[in-house]
Design a binder for this molecule. Structure first.
Ligand code: ZN
Ligand code: ZN
Length: 416
């Protein structure tokens, strides 16, 4: 017995006037999603708890069976892991942006949070940053890794560090570069904030006078003369799924965050060729990759990102199209699995991202599952509205793993 778990990011939505008062899921043509609803069981799910808008990281931790209130230790470490950066327990990782800063009397103004987005010099600039040696803490080392476009990761390694420090990124263009502050009264948080502020100032100094930036300016590009840091995080202390349930599990995902959460809970990482995590993603390749790795796994987790992007872009029409891509994934999967004898399929979302709000909100998400022995209910279409009347009722994210492990015969009887 094997499980395919599909999470469509930000899939949940609200009724939308342009769609005739329907949600994007109701408006989309989804014969395969509806087929699973018809032969299987549906419900709605509060990923964290009712009314709490989940971040993607905490939501996925919950869906993988962990209590994010207990184990969540920031986003940065997931990003680093998902980028393939080797990070040790205790290392503090930050998400980083190369940015364009402008000197003002009161400090540094953030002129462009992404330094124009196009940054072919990124790797070379990162190398220059890495030559700097910390003065405030000689026992701490850092490394800066450039990933794509303006993005990168900063990792601090050494004794006595904390992830409880604030961002230097003001998250808004036209604001001043922030000072990192300790978020609790510990010596570790104070030490870490001091290091972050030293690096923030040093990075600006190194980058501002660099010939690569003079070239950028002469080309008409904004200089990448600063680094914004946000989302400090350390690896969470969790028992991986492989140990907890004795299962082998893998993930098919494109974006670093989801790959990182999956790696942190013990999944092997795969990337489908052509999976961009964006509107142009090759959805058939995602399904093919999942089917290819299914034989050597008990659980395969598929992450589908573009539904969330359309929610953030406030674009119902595109969300409908992305849901139809998701339906295409389900169609491909159904052709390659045996729901009567061998396979379970579960499809849900990590949170609701209504096109009208363009941010994550706290409404429950729809959920459907099918497979050997799953009791069918009376739901025949997959949507936020239909699933409210399903046989699974209203669940929490953390209920998903126990339900799946029960079907796989991996759950232990409580009592005797
Ligand atoms: Zn999400
Ligand atoms: Zn989102």
């Amino acid at each position: 017995m094997k499980v395919l778990l599909i999470v469509s990011d930000g899939l949940g939505d609200r009724p939308i006037r342009e769609l005739g008062g329907r949600t994007p899921l109701q408006a989309a043509n989804t014969p395969n999603l509806d087929h699973v609803a018809k032969i299987g069981c549906c419900g709605i799910m509060d990923t964290i708890s009712p009314g709490i808008p989940p971040g993607s990281d905490t939501a996925h931790l919950a869906i993988f069976g962990y209590d994010p209130y207990e184990c969540y230790t920031g986003r940065g470490a997931f990003e680093a892991l998902g980028m393939g950066i080797n990070i040790k327990p205790g290392d503090v990782a930050f998400r980083a942006n190369f940015a364009t800063l402008e000197a003002r009397e009161s400090g540094l103004l953030v002129r462009d949070r992404r330094a124009g987005r196009r940054l072919p010099e990124g790797d070379r600039l990162a190398e220059k940053l890495n030559q700097y040696r910390l003065k405030t803490a000689k026992d701490v080392e850092f490394r800066f890794e450039h990933s794509v476009e303006h993005r990168g990761v900063l990792v601090l390694s050494g004794p006595g560090l904390s992830y409880r420090v604030s961002d230097t990124d003001p998250h808004e263009t036209g604001e001043m570069l922030r000072e990192s502050k300790p978020l609790d009264s510990s010596e570790e948080a104070r030490k870490t904030a001091k290091i972050v502020n030293e690096l923030s100032a040093a990075f600006h100094q190194i980058l501002d006078g660099d010939p690569l930036n003079r070239e950028r300016i002469s080309r008409g590009d904004p200089p990448a003369n600063g680094v914004l840091l946000r989302g400090a995080g350390i690896l969470p202390e969790v028992t991986p799924l492989t140990e907890r349930y004795g299962i082998s599990c893998s993930c098919v995902a494109a974006a670093a965050l989801y790959r990182g959460v999956a790696a942190a809970v013990g999944m092997k990482l795969y990337r489908a060729p052509g999976d961009t995590g964006s509107y142009d993603t090759d959805e058939e390749s995602i399904a093919e990759t999942a089917l290819r790795i299914l034989p050597e796994n008990d659980l395969v987790f598929i992450h589908f990102k573009p539904t969330d992007n359309a929610g953030h872009d406030g674009d119902p029409e595109t969300k409908v199209k992305m849901i139809e891509k998701l339906d295409n994934i389900m169609g491909k999967l159904l052709n390659g699995i045996d729901l009567e004898n061998e396979h379970y399929v579960i499809l849900t979302a990590d949170h609701t991202t209504p096109c009208a709000v363009r941010e994550h909100t706290g409404e429950p998400v729809p959920l459907e599952m099918a497979g050997p022995g799953v009791r069918p209910d009376k739901i025949a279409a997959f949507s936020e509205i239909d699933c409210q009347n399903g046989g699974l009722g209203r669940l929490r994210g953390k209920d998903i793993m126990p339900i799946m492990m029960d079907y796989l015969g991996k759950a232990k009887i409580f009592g005797s």
